[in-house]
Design a protein around this ligand. Structure first.
Ligand SMILES: [Zn+2]
Ligand SMILES: [Zn+2]
Length: 304
């Protein structure tokens, strides 16, 4: 009896209960808010920072990716929403959605999971904080805004490059399997593409951190969650009267990216419309008409 209770005490000292860890952190750190306490208790409970950050990152990605795709899967089954579907004759079948889920999951477990264990050591190497308290919301907001702008530029140029001959044929073609995209297809791509375009999402904040020494992993998570929402919604295939680009005209959204999948040209950027607008790679009926007229005008001038 005595032996059993000692053994149990020892085990609980090595692997503390999460709620116990939370209570201890709470007692010692009255100034922390509930989220900061929960965060610190997680690290205390895990007793292994690499695993704590790794598991949290992977679980967060899976939950957000599939959690955000789910409403779009449901919407696809409801005929009422058909009036807002951009390519409304092409509704993804259940078999297509399953196959896509399977391939995306396969890539998450084989390509992403092994890399995610490097995430914590990399954060530490570049001075990214995983501690509490969290940064001020204003710091989070301006950094996330900067990442949106920089990632969009990165995405524009590399995506445009991926549409060039051999790169398209051997790498990017996989992502273009679905000419009428749906939410789940956002990350359906070659591992090489995931790494190259993923650098814009993960690498840019790391470079930012290396340069400024000012980044918290929570800011990184908030940025990644918003970026996932952006990517999944851009692939949703639905354009609503309340879609964000009606209020923020420079926001790209599904209307912008759906045409890219349908026509295979133009609209290379991810979040914003300015790169495609400035470099005349937009794929709207107006821009195509404008380009056609320009071509005719040049030809007419030459003929004179
Ligand atoms: Zn493309
Ligand atoms: Zn796409």
């Amino acid at each position: 009896m005595f032996h059993v209770s000692t053994a149990m005490t020892n085990v609980s000292a090595v692997v503390p209960d999460y709620m116990e860890a939370y209570a201890r952190i709470s007692d010692l750190n009255l100034h922390l808010n509930i989220f900061e306490k929960a965060w610190a208790a997680w690290y205390e409970y895990m007793q292994n920072d690499v695993l704590a950050t790794g598991i949290m990152s992977f679980v967060m990605h899976e939950m957000v990716y599939f959690g955000r795709s789910l409403p779009w899967i449901i919407i696809d089954t409801i005929p009422y929403f058909r009036k807002w579907k951009i390519q409304n004759t092409k509704i993804p079948t259940a078999a297509e959605q399953w196959r896509c889920t399977y391939l995306v999951l396969l890539s998450h477990f084989t390509v992403e999971l092994p890399q995610i264990w490097l995430f914590h050591p990399m954060c530490k190497y570049f001075g990214m904080s995983t501690d509490v308290p969290f940064p001020a919301w204003t710091t989070i907001a301006y950094q996330v805004a900067i990442f949106f702008v920089l990632e969009d530029a990165w995405h524009y140029w590399f995506h445009r490059l991926f549409h060039w001959g051999p790169f398209y044929k051997y790498i990017h073609k996989i992502h273009h399997t679905y000419s009428a995209p749906f939410g789940l297809a956002a990350e359906y791509a070659s591992p090489i593409e995931v790494m190259m375009l993923g650098f814009g999402t993960v690498g840019i904040p790391i470079v930012w951190c290396a340069m400024t020494g000012n980044l918290h992993v929570l800011t990184m998570y908030i940025w990644i969650v918003l970026r996932l929402f952006q990517a999944i919604d851009a692939h949703s295939g639905y354009e609503f009267p309340w879609s964000l680009h009606h209020f923020l005209p420079f926001w790209a959204g599904a209307e912008h990216h759906d045409v890219h999948h349908e026509k295979f040209v133009g609209n290379f950027a991810s979040s914003f419309r300015w790169w495609d607008y400035m470099l005349d790679t937009e794929a709207t009926p107006e821009s195509m008409k404008r380009r056609r007229e320009k071509k005719l005008a040049t030809a007419a001038k030459k003929a004179q």
